[in-house]
Design a protein around this ligand. Structure first.
Ligand code: CDP
Ligand code: MG
Length: 882
């Protein structure tokens, strides 16, 4: 029904100002336009105007064959030799008409905010403006931060392509991976990478400009980064090495940035990019499918494809598993030849596994009989200065976890699932989510095969981070899956919730980029977002123990409650000195909260992992546990080593194969957990076994496939292990640590020491199996109590301790699905609790000072108490003086 030619006609007005110079709305008078530089290679309007004069930047030289012409004003202009078709594409973007305004603002102000709708060209164009204006040279570059890895990789590729430059010049760096070279001038990175660089060089002297993209996301990292950058800009100005900061946001709600005196004493200018958004008609479904929204999406796509004019379809679903299921279903409905992944050969890996088991048996024989006791005051592993790279991408990891954590009802036959659409027109179905391999992500930006209709099934990465060209129809399930963290109870849960009105509008807007579009949804109301914090405190930036948190210029300061909770955890872990008893009794006031950091805290802060894990590492030099602790911590940090097998099957044969794999994984886990002491280390022993066995097998994809491990996750574990090992060695060479590819399994006494380390680190995650008196109520069968929850929690069925159910356990996290489940469970001996977790115990008579109840020399419990309780009332055995 819509005119086909709309896009080319509508784009004219935008081209005009580019050709005629800055629009009438331009503020300050601008320099006369120079002619287009020679050698641009086509007749189209000048790709970019030179920036205003008086810019103190050292010009990069143009290539010899395309020397820049002398300019009317002494401004720097670095020519870019774009391909004509690329240039044509660019000129359609609304942001091109604002180039002059943006660059003038950048020249005059240290900090500039750019707002513009998703797809207006912020991410791809602003770095090019800066490059052309000479904001990069061989020793100072343009940095662009993205909250998601997907965006960092995809955008660096896109910009390189648009500028006709290699990825040696326009590069990216994400956790563990990147293609930065000496020639790099524009560097896309995740915000975690930049945070890490700030730790190494607080002035960020390598950068002349930092672009903070997607500031509207307001993740903890972007907020921390903003706070730090505001300080860095001021410092650099003092040293006459000005650093420019550009903040880019897809929304106009930037008061947090402009009105915050502490953050920016002088409000930065805000430049709004008017985007050309075509009207999008929103259609509401008559029925609201509360359950089978994925099925409803399927039917909607079929209908659009059969009945409506050409134009791409973008479907929003909530998680990776759903995305795959819908892709499969659509491909079956509209078949196109597609190569199937070959079945992997499992023989090799089985042999490797046997070898590992044999060597473990050897080690067991060699075990020592003495029961070690770890010493809480012995954290002399470090200090470590650097070597650790970055810490980011939790959002991505989370999404991965999300993709696998909810059971999704995606039954193939919905109420009218028998529908078999006309398959004459090919449908080019592509998935899109954060952790999809970059090559496969890039596919969505390519035009579909001739005659086919593009259909992208995405999670909400497509909401603002990535703009897919040619989308005319949006099918929005109206939901989003998020990980929630209850600060009070410490429970993480994955929940599918309704999206906010703002998100829904964003999603609909994806349909109107190039011509009028249509959006199909069913929710007509959007409840207020839940009040729980989506940010677990252990995911708050690591090493924040070392940051002056209280006076930190957060755009929006975290709640007092969150700060108190974070600080309490750090005090309990021993990273911060406990305030005097008297002060603790009072309701703590934020301004008084700055407890001094302890030596243990300083050691912990140097590890690029969450505080609990950092504590484990800091203590783990004892009993030769360091390599094992590193392996366990790396595995816990990466999360979800095992592939998701609880997903619903699409067919009988898939169901059978899933069942087979589940049995196989359970068997593998039992083998890795072993018996006796090692079984008591529980799921963490499984992690250790997985890492050991996988390295033994050379971390091959075949091995992972055969044992139900996620290959990508195992590669990350390997990198993180390497990183942590290097970190320890850099400053503590006498630790003599090396990354042993054939790591011998721990001896029995080492396993016991490891269990103690884990207990010391996860002290606030202790759970106790319910006692018989509770069992009158059926819901407490096999349940555990934790100090913070009234409800029962359970050992997750995938745990190797599911059948053991020890009385005391520590867990890595609680995840709520059908019940509250503990994951990453390990058994604890009751007598360890007062010794290893004194700050979580009440002693009678009380301890004078909260602090160790250890005698470091003897490694024995020092205090004599008549009674000891864990936190809120579990009696524990009284400890005796030796
Ligand atoms: O950052 P912002 O949302 O403002 O826009 P952008 O990401 O710079 O995208 C500008 C345009 O480039 C969009 O219309 C995208 O469709 C297009 N683009 C593309 O065609 N291929 C890519 N790999 C990336 C972006
Ligand atoms: Mg963008």
């Amino acid at each position: 029904e819509e005119g086909e030619s709309a896009s080319s006609e509508e784009s004219e007005p935008d081209e005009a100002p580019a050709a005629d110079g800055p629009g009438a709305h331009t503020g300050p008078p601008s320099a006369p336009l120079p002619p287009a530089p020679a050698g641009v290679g086509h007749e189209s309007p000048a790709p970019s105007r030179p920036p205003p004069a008086a810019r103190a930047s050292s010009p990069s030289q143009g290539t010899a064959s395309h020397p820049p012409r002398p300019l009317a004003k002494p401004a720097v202009f670095v020519p870019v030799n774009r391909l004509p078709e690329m240039q044509e594409e660019r000129l359609k973007l609304p942001i091109l008409s604002e180039e002059q305004v943006i660059m003038e603002a950048v020249a005059e102000h240290p900090i500039v905010i750019v707002c513009g709708e998703t797809g207006s060209g912020k991410t791809t164009q602003v770095p090019q403006f800066l490059y052309e204006a000479g904001y990069s040279s061989s020793d100072s570059i343009i940095g662009v931060t993205e909250p998601r890895r997907v965006a960092a990789v995809a955008m660096s590729q896109r910009v390189a392509q648009e500028m006709n430059l290699s990825q040696r010049v326009v590069s990216y760096q994400i956790r563990y991976e990147g293609n930065v070279t000496e020639e790099t001038r524009i560097k896309f990175m995740t915000d975690g990478v930049l945070l890490k660089e700030i730790q190494k060089d607080f002035l960020l002297s390598r950068y002349k400009v930092v672009v903070l993209d997607e500031a509207h996301e307001r993740s903890v990292y972007t907020d921390v980064l903003l706070g730090l950058l505001s300080r860095i800009v001021a410092l650099r100005a003092k040293r006459h090495l000005p650093l420019k900061l550009l903040i880019m946001s897809a929304t106009l709600r930037v008061e947090d940035f402009t009105q915050n005196q502490r953050l920016f004493p002088k409000p930065p200018p805000v430049i709004k990019v008017e985007s050309r958004q075509f009207p999008v008609t929103v259609h509401f479904n008559k029925r609201t499918p509360l359950e089978d929204y994925a099925g409803e999406c399927f039917r909607k796509v079929c209908k659009i494809h059969r009945m409506l004019p050409a134009g791409g379809i973008l479907v929003f679903l909530t998680g990776q598993a759903e995305v795959h299921a819908l892709c499969r279903r659509l491909r079956r409905a509209f078949p196109a030849s597609r190569a199937r992944a070959p079945e992997k050969d499992q023989e090799d890996s089985v042999e490797e596994m046997r070898k590992f088991k044999r060597s473990r048996a050897r080690a067991k024989r060699a075990r020592t009989a003495t029961l070690p006791q770890i010493n809480l005051d012995n954290y002399s592993v470090l200090p470590v200065g650097e070597g650790d790279e970055d810490r980011e991408a939790e959002m991505d990891e989370e999404e991965e976890a999300l993709g696998s954590d909810l059971d999704l009802d995606l039954g193939d036959e919905g109420p009218d699932g028998g529908e078999h659409p006309d398959a004459s027109l090919p449908l080019h179905v592509l998935p899109l989510y954060s952790l999809l391999a970059p090559e496969r992500q890039a596919q969505v930006f390519r035009p579909p095969p001739e005659g086919a209709r593009l259909c992208v099934v995405a999670t909400n990465v497509a909401e603002t981070s990535l703009t897919i060209p040619g989308i005319k129809y949006v099918v929005d399930c109206g939901k989003v899956k998020r990980r929630f963290y209850d600060r009070v109870t410490g429970v993480s849960s994955f929940r599918v919730t309704w999206v906010s009105q703002a998100s829904a509008d964003q999603r609909a807007g994806r349909a109107g980029r190039t011509e009028p579009g249509h959006c199909y949804r069913w929710a007509t109301w959007f409840p207020a977002p839940p009040s729980m914090s989506p940010c677990p405190r252990e995911q708050q930036p690591r090493g924040h123990a070392a940051l002056p948190v209280i006076n930190f210029p957060f755009p929006t300061p975290p709640s007092t409650e969150a700060l108190v909770a974070a600080e309490e955890l750090l005090i309990a872990l021993g990273a911060l000195q406990a305030p005097q008893q008297a002060r603790r009794m009072k309701q703590l006031e934020v301004s008084r909260l700055s407890c001094p950091i302890t030596e243990l805290g300083r050691t912990m802060a140097t590890f690029p992992v969450a505080p609990r894990y950092a504590k484990m590492l800091a203590l783990s030099r004892q009993h030769g546990c360091l390599p094992y602790a590193i392996a366990i911590v790396a595995a816990m940090t990466v999360r979800e080593l095992f592939e998701e097998l609880d997903r619903p099957a699409a067919s009988e044969e898939e169901l059978a194969s899933l069942k087979g794999r589940r049995a196989r994984v359970a068997q593998v886990k039992r083998a890795w957990a072993g018996q006796g002491a090692s079984l008591k280390l529980g799921d963490l022993m499984v992690l250790l076994g997985a890492v050991g066995a996988c390295e033994y097998a050379g971390c091959s994809p075949q091995f992972c496939e055969a044992n139900g491990l996620r290959y990508k996750a195992m590669l990350e574990v390997r990198r993180l292990r390497g990183q942590l090992t290097t970190a320890v060695n850099a400053v503590c060479p006498e630790a003599g640590l090396f990354l042993d590819p054939k790591m011998q399994p721990p001896t029995e006494s080492q396993v016991t020491a490891l269990r103690q380390l884990v207990t010391a680190g996860l002290g606030d995650h202790v759970a106790r199996r319910v006692q018989s008196e509770d069992l009158l109520d059926e819901k407490w069968r096999n349940a555990y109590r934790t100090p913070l929850l009234d409800d029962p929690v359970f050992v997750h069925p995938s745990s190797v301790l599911f059948r053991e159910l020890p009385e005391f356990v520590v867990y890595q996290e609680i995840v709520e699905t059908t019940k509250m489940y503990m994951k990453g469970v390990s058994a604890v001996e009751i007598q360890w609790i007062p010794a290893l977790l004194p700050s979580y115990c009440q002693f009678n008579p009380p301890l004078e000072e909260p602090g160790p109840v250890y005698c470091p020399e003897r490694g024995r419990v020092l205090c004599h108490r008549t009674s000891v309780f864990y936190r809120i009332g579990w009696p524990l055995p009284a400890v005796q003086v030796d």
